[in-house]
Write a protein that binds this ligand. Structure first.
Ligand code: ATP
Ligand code: MG
Length: 426
């Protein structure tokens, strides 16, 4: 128990941590280019927020939430996704009063009680963006374009952008009735869950993974064929802008997304390389959510991407690069006075952003040099009585073996010069 993390969680360290940080850095650059600003919201929120914001009929709310009572008996929930908290903050902080649109991005852990398997965990992480205050197709296009360019920037190949429209308002209601009629007729062929959800949220039946349901649904009417003129125009304009940017896509009329709140455009980026859990990024327009959460009607569009799945896809695409360890100088030392000098030098060099290591294990000079090798240090030097007396030491290039005498007070300049002429120097 004590040495085993809970099921469906993982530790992040070592080279995976490096890959993660590389990914975050690239995504931050991407968001800056689009003018999206970072937001961090609490890891837990009032349970009602997710019941409202994610939707009572979703698997997330019905089965997957980590809900608990605090000591005062309030019901709180660890966030299962990123959007609801950002919407709450948008309203609470009155961001709608600023110049619109509001463009936000987040990195967050998310918690779902699911059956752990490859690409599916109980604590996972999401990167997402939300754009509030524009109902124009331009906003849908900008958000999809950001996702598309981000995947390019991460070196992810072999993902397909699939888009659909779920309509909104009147056409969605008409379609729901039509679909309900169809489902009533084919009730026999549907699984238990779908029979339950066909009245409350018929759209979700299209999403069912049970083969018999999929068989039945092949003949179901599709929302894309039943859009009203406004929703159709919105969809076509969105696609037109994607065309203009040269972003390839496929219309997939079966995409409905797992959450209740989507309207009009929905989309997914699907990887063909990471198995059954292939959706690396999914999102769409959700024009009713902000009102649902207690605000004035406000159009919104966004997406969420699973960071673990992005990294899995990057791995498959060979897009993960590892940085060299980058120790600039290893200072070995002999005796207490030399140690004091080594520490003083290291402290000053580190203050100037050089990565310096020195012995912490009380080892012999020979063992310290072995350690320098193991750490992959670019250079090393030994400080002993002679060096103390001279105020200088031999700096050795660990690759070539070449040595050069450098005065202690000239070390910072020396390192800076060496690093500036090194290929890939840091
Ligand atoms: P799926 O169909 O795979 O269950 P979802 O529709 O539940 O996904 P969203 O709620 O849209 O997923 O979450 C956004 C992204 O978060 C997904 O596209 C996926 O990359 C990632 N994701 C969702 N659930 C998990 C999980 N349990 N473990 C790891 N990543 C996840
Ligand atoms: Mg899911």
């Amino acid at each position: 128990m004590l040495t085993k993390a809970p099921r469906g969680t993982s530790d992040l360290y070592g080279s995976a941590m490096e890959a993660w940080q590389g990914l975050e850095e690239k995504i931050r650059i991407q968001c800056a280019a689009y003018g999206f600003k970072e937001i961090r919201t609490p890891v837990f929120e009032h349970t009602e927020l997710f019941q409202r914001g994610v939707g009572e009929t979703t698997d997330i709310v019905q089965k997957e939430m980590y809900t608990f009572q605090d000591k005062k008996g309030r019901s709180l929930t660890l966030k299962p996704e990123g959007t609801a908290g950002v919407v709450r903050a948008y309203l609470e902080q009155k961001m709608y009063a600023d110049t619109q649109p509001t463009k936000l991005f987040y990195f967050t852990p998310a918690f779902r009680y699911e059956k752990p398997q490859a690409g599916r965990m109980r604590q996972f992480h999401q990167f997402g963006v939300e754009l509030f205050g524009s109902g124009e197709p331009a906003a849908d296009a900008e958000v999809i374009a950001l996702a598309s360019q981000m995947l390019d920037r991460l070196g992810i190949r072999n993902v397909e952008l699939q888009v659909n429209s779920l309509g909104g308002g009147a056409c969605r209601q008409n379609y729901n009735r039509m679909l309900e009629g169809f489902l009533q007729e084919h009730r026999e062929g549907l699984c238990e869950t779908c029979r339950e959800r066909m009245e409350r949220n018929p759209l979700r039946v299209l999403d069912c993974k049970v083969p018999s349901c999929q068989e039945v649904m092949k003949d179901a009417p599709l929302i894309i064929d039943n859009l009203g003129p406004e929703c159709r125009e919105h969809f076509e304009k969105t696609l037109g802008l994607l065309d203009a940017m040269g972003i390839p896509y496929a219309v997939n009329p079966w995409i409905v997304r797992g959450l209740d709140y989507y309207t009009k455009t929905v989309f997914e980026f699907v990887s063909k390389e990471i198995g059954a859990q292939g959706t690396v990024c999914g999102g769409g327009r959700y024009d009713n959510l902000i009102q649902e959460c207690g605000g004035d009607p406000t159009p919104a569009v966004g997406f969420g991407a699973g960071i673990e799945r992005l990294l899995m896809t990057m791995e498959k695409s060979g897009a993960i690069t590892h940085k060299a360890p980058g120790v600039d100088l290893y200072i070995a030392h002999m005796g207490p006075q030399a140690q004091a000098k080594a520490f003083a030098l290291a402290q000053s060099l580190r203050g100037q952003d050089h990565h310096v290591e020195t012995d912490l294990l009380g080892k012999s000079v020979k063992a310290q040099m072995k350690q320098a090798n193991r750490l992959g240090a670019r250079r090393s030097m030994v400080v002993g009585d002679t060096e103390l007396a001279q105020g200088a030491a031999q700096v050795k290039d660990m690759e070539t073996g070449a040595q050069e005498t450098v005065a202690f007070d000239g070390l910072a300049n020396y390192l800076m010069r060496q690093k500036s002429i090194e290929p890939g120097g840091n």
